[in-house]
Structure formats: C-alpha cells, structure tokens
Design a protein around this ligand. Structure first.
Ligand SMILES: Cc1cc2nc3c(=O)[nH]c(=O)nc-3n(C[C@H](O)[C@H](O)[C@H](O)COP(=O)(O)OP(=O)(O)OC[C@H]3O[C@@H](n4cnc5c(N)ncnc54)[C@H](O)[C@@H]3O)c2cc1C
Length: 293
C-alpha cells in the first residue's frame, strides 16, 4: 500500500450462506466455488451522495429503509439497476415473482443494467455502486446527474458465487467496469494472500487507490487514446507477467471480446481455475456474457 492509501474498512458482518454448495464433481471441494441464492427483492433506494473517484469512475452511495435485508456474499455479485422514464407509473414497474422479475404485460420495459455492489455496510445502512463513465447509455447518463434525494430502483442480487479457497495465488484482470469487483475482492482477501491485479484504465489520472491486506502486485495498464474494448493492452500486460508458482485462480471481467481473449490466453498458460465474464459488449447496449466459471 502506498502511504496515501485510505484505511481499509472493517470486515463487514454478513449473514451465513443459506444454501448448500453446488460443487463440480471433479473439483477439489475446498477450491470449488459455492453458489448461494437469495430471495429476489426490488428496492427503491435513496441517493445519499455522489462523488468522483477519478475522471472515469463515479461513486453513488445509496440508502433508505428498503436496504434492510440486503445481502451480497460474493465480490462479483451483481444487482440490476432500473432507469424508468421520469414519472413512470409504479404499477408499470417490474415486480419480483417466483420466476424472477415479472414485467407488466404491454408496458415498455425500463432500461436495466448490471452493477456490482461495491460495498454494503449494514451498520451504516449504505450501499455503494461505482459507475465507470463512458460516452453514452442510460446508466452512465443517470450516474452523471445523480444527486442526493433522488431514488434508484435496485433488484437483487439473486445469488452469490463465493470463490473457493486454498489457491496459491489469485489473478484479477479487467477494465474500469471490473474495478468495483476487484476493489472489493482486494478488501476481502485474507491478509498475506498472493494476488496479482491487471487493471486497465485510460491513463494515470484514472488510477484509484486499491487498499488490501493481501500481498498485492498491482499493474495498471494504460490504453492511452486507444478506445476501450481493444484486447491488446491487457493481453500485452498478461504476456509480460510471470505467473506465480502453484495453483492459481484467475478472474476476468471486461468487454466481451477482451474477456474472451484473456480467458484463452490464460488457458494457454495452463490456468484452469478461471472465471471470465463480458461485462459489456462493444456496440451492444446492456450486454452481459458469462464466458466460463
Ligand atoms: C455482472 C456485471 C457487473 C458489472 N458491474 C459494473 C460496475 O460495478 N460498474 C460499472 O461501471 N459497470 C459494471 N458493469 C458493466 C455495465 O453493466 C455496462 O458497462 C453497461 O453496459 C453500462 O450501461 P450504460 O447504460 O452506461 O451503457 P449501454 O446503454 O449498456 O451501452 C451504450 C454503448 O456504450 C458501450 N459501453 C457500455 N459500457 C461501456 C464501457 N464501460 N466503456 C465503453 N463503452 C461502453 C456499449 O457497447 C454501447 O455501445 C457490470 C456488468 C456486469 C455484467
């Protein structure tokens, strides 16, 4: 940690997992991830604060009575944020049902986007969401005008995947959209755990502090003026990286083609414990691709 790195918050108390683990049969049980389902709820939360963490990252802090019972056990959980047109009749909004969210028939579906619960503090009763800002899109447009007193509709998380344990090292790689999950993972990993981070941002001004008790090797990857969604900067950083010895777990989230390219490069280097996801897709609004678990 650098001297100006902010102090880590105390570990958050979280309820115990409710469901039995679903381990892959061939997997070593301690390294297999566990899935936990949560009752689906749609919450209307209040914006308490909005502030820039960097030119490209904006943190919105949410709160309110409906945050009660919110549970997020996995660092890469996601919630769905809804952006209905102002003045939309609440009766036309989706409602949680047995099959997930039910959308009133005939009503236009409000835009919805996936975001990481960056930090939930059940004592302070706050939920932080970090928005990577880009050119256009309802989520970005909303975040850029967010101000205290506004409300945001938040559904989920429907479930959590709790990563396995016992790895010799961890690799976390991705672009700005992955930074909330990476930051959260770094705060949650036990002290001394070996972890390498490849984090792509436009330039040095976009770097943010990543406090951790883990043994962190942090490599910022600057794409400069190249557009986001080009795999080359992260691929080059990965190629230049000597993977630590032993068995590691690699987690990747980025633009879908970038995540796919990184996944293939990691596989080619013998990494078998791998989770890769396309957190967005160039040219496709609201896309989400899980490439592998
Ligand atoms: C599980 C999961 C968790 C996620 N967590 C976060 C998070 O915590 N913070 C976060 O910022 N994002 C996160 N994302 C990514 C976020 O959902 C997408 O970037 C989303 O598309 C943004 O919505 P939008 O309304 O701003 O843009 P959209 O309307 O979806 O897209 C408009 C245009 O912008 C492009 N675009 C979308 N995202 C980007 C980007 N980051 N950079 C450049 N171009 C882009 C699209 O290709 C499209 O052409 C997550 C995604 C998933 C699947």
């Amino acid at each position: 940690m650098t001297p100006d790195t902010p102090a880590l918050p105390p570990a958050m108390p979280q309820p115990a997992p409710e469901a039995a683990p679903e381990a892959a049969p061939e997997a070593a049980p301690d390294r297999a991830p566990r899935r936990v389902r949560h009752p689906l709820r749609l919450r209307r939360l209040e914006v308490l604060a909005a502030r820039r963490l960097s030119p490209s990252l904006l943190r919105v802090t949410l709160g309110g009575a409906e945050l009660e019972g919110f549970t997020s056990l996995g660092f890469d959980d996601h919630v769905k944020l809804f952006f209905p047109a102002p003045g939309t009749d609440p009766a036309l909004l989706p409602q949680p049902g047995p099959e997930g969210l039910a959308f009133p028939e005939g009503a236009p579906r409000p835009p919805m986007r996936d975001y990481t619960p960056r930090r939930h503090d059940p004592v302070a009763k706050t939920l932080e969401i970090d928005f990577a800002l880009h050119d256009a899109g309802p989520a970005t447009a909303w975040a850029m005008q967010a101000a205290p007193g506004q409300t945001l509709l938040v559904a989920g998380p429907r479930g959590s995947q709790i990563p396995g344990e016992g790895f010799d090292w961890h690799l976390l790689a991705g672009d700005e959209t992955a930074l909330p999950a990476i930051s959260r993972r770094l705060e949650e990993l036990p002290a001394g755990t070996r972890v390498v981070v490849l984090a792509e941002v436009a330039g040095p001004a976009d770097e943010v502090p990543l406090p951790s008790r883990a043994a962190l090797e942090l490599r910022w990857v600057h794409r400069g003026t190249a557009p986001a969604g080009d795999a080359r900067p992260l691929l080059a950083a990965l190629a230049a990286l000597e993977l630590p010895p032993g068995e590691g777990f690699a987690w990747v989230a980025a633009e879908a083609q970038v995540a796919r390219a990184l996944k293939e490069a990691l596989r080619a280097r013998g990494v078998t414990w791998l989770k890769a996801a396309g957190y967005w897709k160039a040219g496709a609004p609201g896309a989400h691709e899980t490439l592998s678990d």
